[in-house]
Design a protein. Structure first.
Length: 151
């Protein structure tokens, strides 16, 4: 399950939210613009196994893409639709070894402190297509991007 969350974050730039549903299930929720992917893991005799995988577009269930390139094409097609609501930009994740500017580290720590104990919300930093640092706060219902211009 942790590997799948890391893979989603690397492929899309948005970290999924991990929610624990008691001792029987763990739900990964990944929101990217108008799309939401939900993956449910259930405990089995061999550990945690994926039991359900769903894709939603604008709240309606859709067939699940068979590959990441197919998913990426769907995201790009939806973002280019002029009648569609505005979509958040895809983020390039930042390596753990990269040093962040002081202001961004401060903002990141403040968000993490305020959201301490909330397993349904994730906070991460990435870069957008313009090279700006973006602090992403993601839950299963909403996503907030805060962009930072640096010199």
């Amino acid at each position: 399950m942790k590997r799948e969350a890391d893979l989603m974050a690397r492929r899309t730039g948005v970290r999924p939210v991990i929610a624990y549903e008691g001792a029987v299930a763990i739900r990964l929720t990944h929101v990217n613009g108008r799309l939401r992917i939900e993956t449910v893991f259930r405990r089995s005799s061999r550990g945690w196994k994926r039991s359900d995988y769903q894709l939603f577009q604008d709240g309606k269930r859709r067939p699940v893409p068979q590959s990441w390139p197919e998913y990426r094409a769907l995201v790009e097609r939806l973002c280019s639709d002029p009648g569609a609501p505005a979509a958040l930009p895809a983020l390039v994740p930042i390596a753990d070894s990269e040093m962040l500017p002081v202001e961004i580290r401060k903002e990141l720590r403040q968000r993490e402190t305020r959201l301490n104990g909330r397993h349904d919300i994730s906070v991460c930093v990435g870069r957008d297509g313009k090279g700006r640092y973006v602090l992403a706060v993601t839950s299963s219902k909403a996503t907030l991007h805060v962009a930072f211009e640096t010199r």
